[in-house]
Design a protein around this ligand. Structure first.
Ligand code: G4P
Length: 525
C-alpha cells in the first residue's frame, strides 16, 4: 500500500484519455465499436449499432443527429484494456462543429486521427485536423479501409505532411494490393503480421506473426512491394520519434481496416504504449498543478436536456489532479462558491451511472450545476485556476427574433442556455438594438440552434442573416476607431469580449495593413 499520493500517481499512469477525430464516414463509429470488442466490453461487434434505444456506440440521442448521420454532441466512453483505463471522448465529425472538437481536445492527452485511405484529407474537414495541430495534441494516425481500393498510402502520407503540417512516421505498413489486404509489416520487428477475417468482423481478427524469410516465401510480390515501401520510409527518415510525437509535430501511423478488425489491436496497443498518461497541468499563471495534489478539474463541455425525460444540465469535467469522490465539496474558482458533487455521473451517451470516484484523465458529469461555464475550474485545497478555453472568431452571423413574441421568456431562456453550451455565440449591440445576434463557425450550428430553440425551449426563432463575413476580437480603443467606419460593426458578448464584424475580408486586410497597432485578433481567448 502506498500513500494516497502514490495511489493517485499509479492510477494516473494507468489512464489514457484521447479523442478520435475524423471526417464523417471515415470509420470512427466502426472503430469505436471495435475498441469495445477488443477490450471485452462487448462480445460481438455489430450488436451495438443495431440495438435501438439501448447503449449505442454513437452518441445519437438527438433526432437531428440520426437524421443527418453525424454526431453533434460529445460523450465519453470508458473501458479497460491491458490493465489500463481508457477514456475515449467523442468529437463531432464535422467541420461546422470544429469549435466543439477544439474544446474536447483541451480535455484529452492524445488524439487518434482516422483517415479513409480512399479519400485522404478532404478539404472540408481539414479545419478539424488543423484544430488538432493548433492544440499541439499528440496524434496517432489510423489509415482505415485498406481492405478496399484506395489511394497509394504514400500519397496519403504526403497529404498529412503538406496539408496538416504533421510529419507521418508509419509503424505498420500494408502488405497486399488494394482489395487484397493481407496484413502489415511491423517496422519495429520487421515481421509480417498476417490477418485473417472473421465473419462480418464480428470477432477479433486472427493474427499470425511471420518472420521476413517465411513472409517472402508466402507472399512473394506483395511482400517485396511492402519491403520496398518500408525502405523508402527508412530513406526519408519517416521513423517514429517520441519527442516530436509528444510535441504534436510527428504522428505514428498504423494501417488497417476497422471493418475487418485488421490493425485494431495495434492501434489500441499504441494508445497504451505511445500515448501519454495524464500529467501535471499548467494553471493560468503558468505554474504546474501536480497530478497528486488535491482534486482539480475544468469544465470542457456543457450540455442541457441530453435526455428529454431528464431535463437536466450537465457539466463535463476533466479531472486534472487528485482523486474525485462523489459528495465532496469543490470550489468553483470563478465564483468562489462551494459546489456539491452529490449527483456526479458518468457521461456515456444518454446513460447515467453514478460515479463514486475518478482520477486524473477521467471525465465526470456534474448534474444541475447551473453556474458552471465552459473553461471553469473546480478544485479542493490550494486554489487553482486553469486557462480559459479559447473560442473561435465566428464566420456566420444572423439576427435572432422570436417568431411568437408571446414566447419571449422561453426565447430568452433558450438563447442564454445555448450560449452557455457554446452552441452559438451571442452578440449584442452596445449602442442599443436589443435584437441578439447569433454567430457561428458553421451553418449547421444555426440548424442545431433553431432546432433546439423550437423543440427544447418552445420558442421558434426567425434568423435573418447579416452581410458580415469575418470577425475579429478587438479592444475598446480600436472599437472607438472603428465606430465611425462603414462596413464594420462592433458587437459585444455577454462576457464583455468585443468583436468587430466586417462585411469584406479585403476591408479588414486593408485596415490591418494601414493600422498595424489596432487590435484585431483571430482567436478569442
Ligand atoms: P463515421 O463514424 O466516421 O461516420 O463512419 P462509420 O464508422 O459509420 O463508417 C462509415 C461507413 O464506412 C460504414 O458503411 C462502415 O461500415 C464503413 N467502414 C468503416 N470502416 C471500414 C473499413 O475498414 N473498410 C470498409 N470497407 N468499410 C468501412 P455504411 O455502408 O455507411 O454503413 P453500414 O451500413 O455498414 O453500417
Amino acid at each position: 500500500m502506498g500513500t494516497p499520493e502514490d495511489l493517485i500517481v499509479q492510477a494516473s499512469q494507468r489512464r489514457r484519455t484521447f479523442a478520435i477525430i475524423s471526417h464523417p464516414d471515415a470509420g470512427k463509429t466502426t472503430l469505436t465499436e471495435k475498441f469495445l470488442l477488443y477490450s471485452g466490453q462487448i462480445s460481438q461487434a455489430g450488436a451495438v449499432k443495431a440495438r435501438s434505444g439501448g447503449r449505442a456506440a454513437v452518441s445519437d440521442w438527438m433526432a437531428m443527429e440520426q437524421q443527418r448521420g453525424i454526431s453533434i454532441t460529445s460523450t465519453v466512453l470508458q473501458f479497460s484494456y491491458r490493465d489500463h483505463v481508457i477514456n475515449l471522448l467523442d468529437t463531432p465529425g464535422h467541420r461546422d462543429f470544429s469549435e466543439d472538437t477544439y474544446r474536447v481536445l483541451s480535455a484529452v492527452d492524445a488524439a487518434v486521427m482516422v483517415l479513409d485511405v480512399a479519400k485522404g484529407i478532404e478539404p472540408q474537414t481539414l479545419k478539424l485536423f488543423e484544430v488538432c495541430r493548433t492544440r499541439e495534441v499528440p496524434i496517432i494516425t489510423f489509415l482505415n479501409k485498406l481492405d478496399r481500393p484506395g489511394l497509394d498510402p504514400l500519397e496519403v502520407l504526403d497529404q498529412i505532411e503538406s496539408k496538416i503540417g504533421v510529419r507521418p512516421t508509419p509503424i505498420t505498413w500494408p502488405v497486399g494490393i488494394p482489395g487484397d489486404f493481407r496484413g502489415v509489416i511491423d517496422r519495429r520487428s520487421g515481421n509480417f503480421i498476417r490477418f485473417s477475417r472473421t465473419a462480418h468482423g464480428a470477432q477479433e481478427a486472427l493474427e499470425e506473426e511471420i518472420d521476413p524469410t517465411a513472409a517472402s516465401h508466402q507472399e512473394g510480390e506483395n511482400w517485396k512491394q511492402a519491403v520496398d515501401g518500408v525502405s523508402l520510409l527508412d530513406e526519408v527518415g519517416a521513423t517514429y520519434d517520441k519527442k516530436s510525437f509528444l510535441a504534436g509535430q510527428s504522428s505514428p501511423v498504423f494501417v488497417g481496416s476497422a471493418l475487418t478488425n485488421f490493425g485494431v489491436r495495434h492501434l489500441l496497443d499504441a494508445i497504451v504504449d505511445l500515448a501519454p498518461a495524464p500529467s501535471d497541468r499548467h494553471d493560468l499563471d503558468g505554474n504546474l498543478r501536480p497530478i497528486e495534489s488535491e482534486f482539480s478539474g475544468f469544465v470542457f463541455k456543457i450540455q442541457a436536456n441530453m435526455d428529454p425525460s431528464h431535463r437536466d444540465h450537465l457539466a463535463f469535467v476533466r479531472v486534472c489532479s487528485g482523486k474525485f469522490q462523489r459528495g465532496m465539496g469543490v470550489t468553483h474558482a470563478e465564483s468562489g462558491r462551494i459546489l456539491s458533487t452529490k449527483y456526479a455521473t458518468s457521461v456515456f451517451g444518454s446513460d447515467r451511472d453514478t460515479v463514486e470516484e475518478a482520477f486524473p484523465g477521467d471525465v465526470v458529469g456534474l448534474v444541475n450545476s447551473n453556474e458552471l461555464r465552459i473553461g471553469d475550474t473546480l478544485y479542493v485545497g490550494d486554489r487553482v485556476e486553469f486557462p480559459p478555453i479559447p473560442t473561435f472568431v465566428p464566420e456566420l452571423f444572423a439576427l435572432a427574433r422570436a417568431r411568437d413574441t408571446g414566447r419571449f421568456k422561453q426565447f430568452r431562456k433558450g438563447i442564454e442556455q445555448l450560449e452557455k453550451e457554446g452552441v452559438v455565440q451571442v452578440l449584442f449591440d452596445p449602442s442599443g438594438d436589443p435584437t441578439p445576434m447569433v454567430a457561428a463557425i458553421g451553418e449547421m450550428q444555426f440548424d442545431v440552434f433553431s432546432h433546439r430553440m423550437h423543440f427544447e425551449f418552445g420558442a421558434e426563432v426567425e434568423l435573418t442573416r447579416t452581410s458580415h463575413k469575418v470577425a475579429r476580437r478587438t479592444d475598446q480603443a480600436t472599437a472607438s476607431e472603428l465606430g465611425g467606419l462603414g462596413g464594420v460593426r462592433v458587437r459585444v458578448r455577454r462576457d464583455g469580449t468585443l468583436l468587430a464584424l466586417f462585411e469584406s475580408p479585403y476591408w479588414l486586410a486593408r485596415l490591418q495593413n494601414d493600422h498595424p497597432t489596432w487590435k484585431l485578433d483571430d482567436l478569442i481567448a
